[in-house]
Design a protein around this ligand. Structure first.
Ligand SMILES: [Zn+2]
Length: 172
């Protein structure tokens, strides 16, 4: 909906404040850029392979993999991923007006969106893969809230990443 743009300058003000305070520069990356990274496809596939385990913990209400993509013709989204189907490295979505459309997980990941628990899990797995890969010349540190929700999400991510066989370094 572009709502973020209404408040973007306020985010920049905070980032600029810390930049001036610390001398550390920053870069802004959008979800689309994050999703275009080569590791994302395999992370999504792994989540889908383990969908019963993951969805029962991250979406106990609907028991769904909360990954979505807007209809390319009208922009509508099945926000709760109720009608998603998973076949042969594709996620098939359903628009009430235009019917089925799909994302090929080998090339269309940049268009995907997730609800917060899934977004957190995917980010955390991605950061862990980068931090465990000696081909990257940097490490990622993630700063998360230390309130109850932040703590709960961190513990949940740790358990789920371990289940998926990701040697997880706690991000704090
Ligand atoms: Zn549509």
């Amino acid at each position: 909906m572009g709502k973020i743009n209404e408040f973007f300058n306020e985010y920049l003000e905070i980032l600029d404040y810390y930049k001036n305070l610390t001398g550390i520069n920053y870069e802004i990356r959008y979800q689309k850029e994050f999703n275009s990274q080569p590791e994302i496809s395999s992370i999504i596939k792994k989540i889908i392979e383990n969908k019963e385990y993951i969805s029962s913990r991250l979406d106990p209400k609907y028991n769904k993999i909360r990954i979505r993509m807007s209809c390319p013709k009208c922009g509508l989204t099945d926000k709760n991923s109720i009608l998603n189907k998973y076949e042969n490295n594709k996620i098939i979505f359903n628009c009430p007006i235009h019917g089925e459309y799909y994302a090929d997980l080998n090339k269309d990941t940049s268009m995907l969106e997730y609800n917060s628990p899934y977004r957190n899990l995917i980010r955390c797995i991605y950061y862990t893969l980068v931090n465990n890969n000696p081909n990257y010349d940097y490490q990622i540190i993630r700063v998360t809230g230390s309130d109850y929700a932040g703590f709960y999400q961190e513990e949940m991510r740790y358990k789920l990443a371990s289940y998926l066989g990701i040697q997880h370094i706690r991000c704090q």
